[in-house]
Design a protein. Sequence first.
Length: 255
Amino acid sequence: MPGLIELFGFSVALDIKLALMCAVVFVAGIIRGFLGFGSALLIVPVLSVLYGPALAVVIGVLIEIPTSLGLLPVAIRQAERRTVMKMLLTFLVFVPVGTFLLKSVNPELMKVVISLVVLVMVGIIALQERMVVLLSHFGTLFAGATSGVAQGMTGMAGPLFVTALLARGESAIQTRANIVAVAGGLITISATSFILANLVTQQAVFYTVLGTPAILLGVWVGSALFQRLSRWNLRGVILAFLALTALVTLAQTLL
């Protein structure tokens, strides 16, 4: 019999699923530290197979909180507030729509949707320069609406709203500040939406607490690797790895 960990009145077995979760979160942290984004694109599809889509999405959002908090104070000062507020107000409307779908749609179908969304997001990242031109024609409202639904449903809106903010053509410093500020607000709105939908359970908090050291360590390792390997073009390798993971989880769900 495997041992048990007890926290917040909830206990979980020290088994292979827990070890795999921590390993996945660690690797996702490395991706986040190396690229600056992308952790949810690995965490959510794999954890949806292990624990179901609703729990996976909630963990994927909650576990981002520690990595985002430290960047917010500077970003809030440098961000273009009108742009940030317009997108966050759109999120307020559309994130709950996605959360409703996450809670209502059949879990097996939602696993398929999550894997497909990962593939779409990887495509957006890979073709970001072309997508910047495309999204510049649709504006903030469209980007905010689609990102909000995607975030509430899958916790993976990053590539959409980042590309939309890049399409505004502002300075690199202000664009980065806008991205960090919007991401922080989106996490807050998502967590609130999940709480109101009763998706933030003891189990979700428990797994988030267990996984937080792993993702923080992974981010540190990924940042260190970036300093050493930034001259190598590993972006395509990482995107291929994320796409392969999505295809594997998709096949596992369908077969």
